[in-house]
Write a protein that binds this ligand. Structure first.
Ligand SMILES: NC(=O)c1ccc[n+]([C@@H]2O[C@H](COP(=O)([O-])OP(=O)(O)OC[C@H]3O[C@@H](n4cnc5c(N)ncnc54)[C@H](O)[C@@H]3O)[C@@H](O)[C@H]2O)c1
Ligand SMILES: C[N+](C)(C)CC=O
Length: 483
């Protein structure tokens, strides 16, 4: 498979190159080798993309919603037909196992395109009667949206932003993470092939500075970021200068609470999904696993047995279920947190070591006897490191679960449904799970509260974040004036 794209950027329906912006090497995380080289956008490239989006948005918004929806649904079909190639590419981009990318990445992107394609025609205003007079509302697009992506789900992130934006009649300029620049280009190609007018979805490459230059351009009406909290603070502040709409999908340190009446096998499966899928590089991961004291030993025993099922190796091998970290830097960060966990007195149950070789592999790691004050219980690690903390009462578990600045996700495993709903109501998090973890279907809202974000992706809720309401008052009689 040829990994090197035709050019670095996709603007106004075509590939565009400009090498003046400096190299972006694409490194395959399994080997540490450069597999493609792209270039960061120059100011001229950024200008070209925004100009194209500004022009195309007017045309696109003039289409009927049914026509727009048809394009998105066609794009979903094309993505599904190409799932194998897209998954291989996603694996080169991220290092995530093909076993995962083939079922979770282009497929969830296609789900978003299909869902918002189906929803497009139902995005309408309403009629409000006021005696004889009435008000009607128009649900209008925002205009030009900027999407900025993280590196862990490049195809999904591009589609989760593009699909609702385009369904509402906006145009988008999307900047993927510099670490995973390949897949969004395929999304752009597919949208054009499906019939989207040139300029409706554009991709520019670059580091943070390119993202920053996009946000402050006066042609931009909305910014949707998926990234870390520190980046979120900067992007939110820059967007506020121009009073731009924002969606912030940021990081987390989410709790997963296991009561002693839970189905142990399901709870262990949940903890695995909540910590080791995508080698732990998932924003909503339940990395603080609170286990009720009475079942702690049984939980750790079964968890350790199940982790023997990890098959680490070349992520393109369909039998491999655990890949490398996305980069050497990320692997080193994770290694640093593991050292901190040991230093601060947590018990290393399993894992903890990097794997020798050129790839950025590190073992799935479980710490027990973790306390709330330890660094590994407080900071987002974004790697395969599970912290197990024990607790005695429901009240204690909820208080400690919420004792964090983050609020992305939270989960509870228990047989007591009343307690499960009580916990879900009490969690300070945007996305909660009862007796499962880390599912993110397009039909359900996804996003964070507290420092984990603003706004929601997916579901009908996303429409609110990519459109605005205009109220139109219609008088049916004479105008009454005081003088
Ligand atoms: N909530 C979610 O849905 C979600 C999903 C995936 C990842 N994440 C979070 O993303 C983080 C990991 O991704 P990352 O390391 O790529 O995050 P990051 O914040 O380093 O970068 C995210 C994106 O922002 C860009 N960027 C950096 N500085 C910028 C600036 N000043 N202005 C504009 N753009 C800028 C980067 O180039 C990149 O494209 C984790 O914290 C993870 O939890 C959140
Ligand atoms: C949105 N999700 C959970 C699929 C990936 C976040 O990192």
């Amino acid at each position: 498979m040829n990994i090197q794209p035709t050019a670095s950027h996709f603007i106004d329906g075509a590939y565009v190159e400009d090498t003046a912006g400096g190299d972006i090497p694409v490194i395959y995380p399994a080997t540490g080798k450069v597999v493609a080289t792209l270039h960061a956008a120059t100011p001229a490239i950024v200008d070209k993309a925004l100009a194209a989006a500004k022009r195309a948005q007017k045309e696109w918004a003039g289409w009927t919603a049914t026509e727009r929806g048809r394009v998105l649904r066609r794009a979903a079909d094309i993505m599904r037909d190409r799932n194998h190639d897209l998954s291989v590419l996603e694996t080169y981009d991220t290092g995530k196992p093909y076993q995962e990318t083939s079922v979770a990445d282009a497929t969830s992107g296609a789900d978003a395109l299909e869902y918002f394609g189906g929803l497009a025609a139902s995005i309408t205003g309403e009629h409000i009667q006021m005696g004889d007079d009435f008000v009607y509302t128009r649900r209008e697009p925002l205009g030009v949206c900027v999407g900025i992506g993280a590196w862990n789900y490049p195809t999904q992130i591009a589609c989760w932003k593009a699909a609702p934006a385009l369904a509402c009649g906006n145009a988008m300029v999307f900047k993927p993470s510099e670490m995973t620049p390949l897949c969004a280009l395929k999304v752009a190609e597919i949208l054009v092939e499906a019939g989207a007018p040139a300029g409706v979805f554009n991709v520019v490459q670059g580091y943070g500075a390119v993202g920053a230059s996009l946000i402050t351009d006066p042609r931009v009406d909305k910014v949707s970021l998926t990234g870390s909290v520190p980046t979120g603070r900067k992007v939110y502040a820059a967007a506020a200068e121009g009073m731009r709409h924002v969606t912030m999908e940021l990081g987390g340190k989410s709790p997963m609470v296991v009561f002693d009446d839970a189905d142990l096998e399901n709870a262990v499966s949940g903890a695995i999904l909540a910590n080791f899928y995508s080698t732990g590089q998932v924003c909503s991961n339940g990395t603080r696993v609170f286990v009720q004291k009475g079942i702690k030993d049984a939980f750790l025993k079964r968890l350790t047995e199940r982790l023997a099922g990890i098959k680490m190796g070349d992520p393109q091998d369909p039998d491999v279920n655990f890949g490398p970290m996305v980069s050497e830097r990320q692997r080193d960060i994770v290694e640093g947190y593991i050292a901190k966990g040991v230093e601060e007195g947590a018990t290393l149950v399993t894992g903890g070591k990097r794997v020798d070789g050129d790839g950025f592999y590190i073992e799935a790691t479980v710490f027990a006897d973790v306390t709330d004050e330890m660094t590994i219980a407080k900071e987002e690690i974004f790697g395969p490191v599970m912290a197990v903390l024990d607790f005695e009462t429901e009240e204690e578990a909820l208080t400690r679960a919420n004792a964090t600045e983050f609020g992305l996700a939270a989960g509870v495993f228990t047989a007591d449904l009343t307690r499960a709903h009580r916990m879900a109501a009490g969690f300070e998090a945007g996305t909660c799970y009862i007796n499962t973890y880390n599912l993110a279907p397009v039909e359900a809202p996804f996003g964070g509260s507290k420092m984990s974000g603003v706004g929601r992706e997916n579901s009908k809720a996303a429409i609110e974040h990519y459109s605005q309401i205009k109220g139109v008052y219609v008088a049916m009689g004479d105008v009454e004036a005081p003088f």
